[in-house]
Design a binder for this molecule. Structure first.
Ligand code: ADP
Length: 404
């Protein structure tokens, strides 16, 4: 077990800044996922922790030791990569024990560690099999066992499930969580798959363009995204993002307005603001009884329906534009489209006029220019008249005059 800290780590490759002033403080025994789109700097961050690459600036600590200049073998880390790379001419036992044999551990100690590791990853009875006699999942378990026998302080895993089929990947996610519980070791796990990150980690570090965007438990990233990037990246399908402007009495967009008191947000009045709402927080008017604080009614037309079995995705058009040729990602950022999710037994057709409401407690507002979140939920910003909007009554005006 060990705490891992990155202080202002930057990694440059000539004119590319792969990692930009990254600060991470990963607790002892924590399961952290580094998540972000391809090329955002996840692997480079991981490689600076592993010692496979030296940061251009900044320091890396594992436990109390500054390991920035230490070679990988002296850092107490074990790595599992996407490419499993087992030795084809060695059986499972030999593959798992290879590193220990190289380091001249004695036979009893090797056997003890291989037994324990193969027990943890459920490979008992398969130690004399050759790699070509194993399924993809079993091969991945051998690779994980090979990392376990080193008894590291920190496990580093770079997309270890990427080459497995979808069903096995889901199964292995559960296994990795079990493994984490059993080993009680710090695990740092790289993935581009936000669902993988959501399901496994204690905290998610969302990275974009080499920069850390947010590091928080999965549900905090989901419910309180720090900025537009996290809002769009975490959650599938993505959050709907609609551009508008903050006025004195609420939000104006091209197709609907939301009224609320802007008291606390006054500094943003007049600025471009992007509203975010997740598909499951949009309700058909007729099902809105369960919503404590429903927004104004929005009139829309149903466009394409996607029945998923456990829910139906409904593409809503707020004007005459069809979403038929758009992906759900494009719909999520088009201001004339909304993607709504409804219960599978909802009676609904394509090309139907519908009235929908948004759950005001689930409406997010972001500054469009910087992307920074302004507020999560506007339910508490009731539609009280604001100081800006309220006209002085004749009595107030008169009494004001008398004071002068
Ligand atoms: P990710 O793991 O998120 O896909 P990487 O950390 O591999 O991203 O890469 C981040 C950026 O750094 C990318 O633009 C990539 O092209 C660049 N990069 C990574 N490794 C090297 C290298 N050895 N030489 C030059 N550029 C690199």
């Amino acid at each position: 077990m060990a705490r891992v800290r990155l202080n202002d780590v930057t990694k440059r490759y000539e004119d590319i800044v792969a990692v930009n002033e990254m600060n991470l403080d990963i607790e002892d025994g924590e399961f952290i996922c580094l998540v972000g789109p391809s090329g955002c700097g996840k692997s480079t961050t991981m490689e600076t922790i592993a010692g496979l690459t030296k940061p251009s600036d900044g320091t890396v600590h594992i436990g109390d030791t500054d390991v920035t200049k230490l070679p990988p073998k002296d850092r107490g880390v074990s790595m599992v990569f996407q490419n499993i790379a087992l030795f084809p001419h060695m059986d499972v036992y030999e593959n798992i024990s290879f590193g220990l044999r190289l380091r001249k551990y004695d036979k009893d100690e090797i056997d003890r560690r291989v037994d324990r590791a193969s027990d943890i990853v459920q490979l008992e009875g398969m130690l004399d099999r050759m790699p070509n006699e194993l399924s993809g999942g079993q091969q991945q378990r051998v690779a994980i066992a090979r990392a376990i026998v080193r008894e590291p302080d920190v496990f580093l895993m770079d997309e270890p499930l990427a080459n497995l089929d979808a069903k096995l990947r889901v199964h292995m996610r559960t296994e990795l969580q079990r493994l984490h519980k059993q080993l009680d070791t710090t695990i740092i796990y790289v993935t581009h798959d936000q669902a993988e990150a959501m399901t496994m980690s204690d905290r998610i570090a969302v990275i974009n363009g080499g920069k850390l965007q947010q590091i928080d438990p999965p549900l905090v990233c989901y419910n309180e995204p720090a900025n537009l990037f996290v809002a769009g990246f975490i959650g599938s399908p993505s959050m709907n993002l609609v551009r508008g402007e903050l006025a004195a009495n609420g939000l104006r967009t091209d197709h609907f307005d939301l009224e609320f008191a802007v008291d606390d947000l006054e500094s943003a009045v007049g600025d471009g603001v992007t509203m975010g709402i997740r598909p499951e927080d949009i309700y058909l008017m007729k099902n809105a009884d369960s919503v404590d604080s429903a927004s104004e009614v929005i009139e829309a037309r149903t466009d394409v329906l996607e029945p998923m079995g456990d829910e139906i995705f409904v593409y809503l058009s707020l004007d005459d534009t069809s979403s038929e040729m758009m992906t759900s990602e494009e719909v999520s950022t088009a201001s004339n489209q909304l993607l709504m999710s409804v219960d599978p037994d909802t009676v609904i057709d394509a090309d139907e006029s519908v009235s929908v409401v948004l759950d005001r407690s689930k409406i997010h507002l972001f500054e469009t220019a910087s992307g920074t979140a302004i507020t999560h939920g506007i339910a508490d910003l009731s539609s009280r008249p604001t100081a800006v909007e309220a006209e002085p009554t004749p009595t107030e005006a008169e009494s004001g005059g008398q004071h002068e």
